[in-house]
Design a protein around this ligand. Sequence first.
Ligand SMILES: [Zn+2]
Ligand SMILES: [Zn+2]
Length: 1006
Amino acid sequence: MVKKGPLLVIAVLLLSQTFTAHATRIFGGQYSEARINNLRNNCRKYDWARQQLTDAVEKAGPWLAKTDAALWAMVPGQDLPRTIDVGYDKFASGPKFTGCIVCGDKILPYGNYPYNPDFEKKPWKLTCPACGSVFPTNDFGKYYQSALDEHGLFDPARGDTSLLFNTDHSDPKDPLHKFGVDNGFGYVHNGRAYKYIGYYSWKYWRYINSGLTALADAFLFTGDQRYAHKAAILLDRIADVYPSMDWQAYARRGWYHSDGSTGKGKIEGSIWETGVVQGYADAYDKILSGTQNDPALYTFLKHQYEQYRLKPKGTRDLFVAHVDEGILKTAVEAVFNQRIRGNQGMYQHTVALCALALDTEPFTTKWLDWLFAPDGGAIPELMINRFDRDGSSDEGAPGYATIWGGHISPLAALLLSYPAYTNHNIFRDFPQFRNVYTVAYRMAVLGKAIPNIGDAGSTGLVGTPNVNPQFMAEGYQYTRDPEIAVAAYRANGYSAKGLGLDIFSENPEAINKEIQKLGAAAGPRPTGGYQMSGFGLAVLESGKGSSAIALANNYGRTIHHAHADMLNFDLFAFGHWLTPDLGYPEFATNIPSVTEWTRSTISHNLVLVNEQPQKGVWGGHTRLFKQLNGFGAFELDGRAAYPGLKAYSRTMFLVGGSGNGTIDSNAYVVDIFRVKGGHDHVFSFHGPPGTASSDGLELLRQEKGSYAGEAISRGTKAAGFPYGYSFLYNVKKDLNPPARFMVDWAAEEGYRGITGSNNIHIRMHALSPSDDVAVADGDPPQNKPGNPKKLSYLLMHRKGTDLNSNFVSVLEPYRNQPFIKSVERLDNSNDETIVLRVEKVNGTIDYILYNPSSKNEVTLPNGITMKGSIGYIEEKNHKATRAVLINGTSLRYKTLNLRSAGVIEGRVVKMYRGSGAEAWILVDSKAPLDQSIVGEQIIIETKGARDASYPVRAVKKEGTLTRVYVGPGTFVSNVKNKGSAQQLSYDFEEGASFQITTHNAWPARN
Ligand SMILES: [Zn+2]
Ligand SMILES: [Zn+2]
């Protein structure tokens, strides 16, 4: 009996020591000892790092100055109401939003969140930025204090209601005595609650969180424990209240927050709560090592525990266990049951930050695994189903399509920074993900301008809004892909300045130096076309410097922030978009000017079929793509957007353009739009804003109404007439148009910086018959800076049964004077073969031959013969001086005799079915496949939604077959999880036929 006591005590001690060693880690998982040491060393060595330290210390200063008790008391609890809009009321029968109670709508120009409280100088007050009035009128601070319960938290039931009066009108008989008084649930005026305190509390929480961030950063940089001490007090108190935080209580009152209308959330709505928790987890991870050996901290917390009847506090173990439980585990549980949600990438990032901050098994592995589980974060499905091989998402506009990569990248990087976890690695498992870093840059034609596709930019806006060299440099850091380094360098103005500095690295400038070296060695971005078959963009480029020209055709998404614009093109010449998309609509909402006009087919350079806009689909399909020096061609199939048609395809050529600056060097465009099927075709085209003058048309003014008819006035919502027709006004028509005419658009002064002396034009040589031709005006959105007042549209209309249209035109962008003397069609206009003779002012003659059924020989009266799909001959002084043959075997004219192998055709025998490696196709082809196809597109026949066209990166002979490598990635286009089984769809299937475009050019400089 006597001996038993001490033995037991020893056993307990041992147990508790073992437990302690496991539970109480010294560092967080993300901010490991090594990373923190590197950062602090770098601050001693490098000016740029020291600057970050100085900034962090400055930001934390006011927070460090607060007493422990004051910081602790700042944190409110669940029962302090919060919302992000003072006047919003979901249940109100009148307007959902109200303006300022004093000045009404005058507050609207100050945006969605017009009030910015001054928490230190004007606590619990909101000041209207428009009229300066201040609400609430009562001293809410005093009332708040009167309502604190035994845990130090606001309890509305306890508040001293005698404090609820307008302090400027303290006499109860004063009619304004109760005016503007808010007890936390709003001041009710004309039946509507003005929730001043609710709005204040939302921002107040953000203010506290910003203090936590500032303190954590200052500790990270300085190692000064005073910052960690203050941050720990905030974290400990937040951990007290966080489990009971629930936005739903206020959502039920009809109040507003970022909850995606689910009513879910915690401190904030479910979407923004992802960011709140990210901030907590990150700050906690940063300061953890600073909470050792701080008796003052634990004495203070112990005192609070005793005074406010909280859970036991007073040691570091208790502190860590409390924050782990109260914040990290609570938040992750809330993500699991969707009380915290948000856009794809956001909530996954939240869980990953919590997992690393916790850095404790089995939780960390379990949570990180959850990110990839089908019923969890579902990252594999997201990567396959909603991303494409270009690194863009399923959104139909460049800005929206590149957002997701920006959300997933920090998550992917976070996993990389935590080598202990090896089950998943986004860069390793989804190698195509690396393309998110350059996707925006690759969209920019000539490296200068991203086409305004879908809800993007504004009419004719020139720029690269989504290109971020810093983001690209990070991509290089994670992948070491030299192509990303080169793109970052070019996008950063041909410099590595400021790029790729990694403050957590032992060698923080190493990445920067590699980018510098790779970028400098790569030299300038070459001019030349390219294809993004994932996003759906075909670009041809020609020329150099200010005379460079680019043709961009969009054949990607017509869903999600897209326009119904498949096969629409824009032409970039002389630094301007000359056939501009209307860009971002007036409002991203469903009103006729948006749905029937800006986003619809007729406002684009497209053929509208059967008076119906295109359907929303994933994208179109490549039939051919070839860019040579001074001659480029593509053919794209857009039938997906018009199901049921036999053909809806566009073949375009960019011809010429040596770039020596003379007018003879200009390039021009040949456009062949084929539509087979349907009873009504309208080919719509517009140039830049400015005067459009026609030659060859006899246009009669329609006295009133719109393109929809004389009786239908401008802007009328479609009813009994096609979408968009009423938005075309000032209509002039030729009811008996010739098959050949010209329209010349002179870009107006002021259009995106164009001056009168620029004298920029685009001339359209229309070369096909139609039943009637109209010229009309249509307006771009009028609420976007720099948008023109109106654009002039040309509308060529055909009607009949089972129509077969070939809309053929030549587009001639020029400065000062035209360089094309005449354009003629040499074909008989009856079959699908199209032959153009383009005579230039300088006497050069171009022949362009297009023969879709390439097996037939084309023979012209002048002696030209071609066996093939596309031919081009340039003639000077009666001699052929240049020739190109694409997908053909012979092109002859006088002494010219150009031969080629013809299109390569074959069949897919086997394909790579996984992801995470270099994707390959094993093919069988009649012609032998050798290195000459490297760089060409292999175009595979598919019934799938996605374009199965890939750049050939390498080939390897395997017996009678050839293995074709098309880059890291996957052919899986869709993953469906059915129970434990996975159902995969592919871009194409084994057995599919394929084509590879071939060419020959003379002289052989191509
Ligand atoms: Zn006001
Ligand atoms: Zn558009």
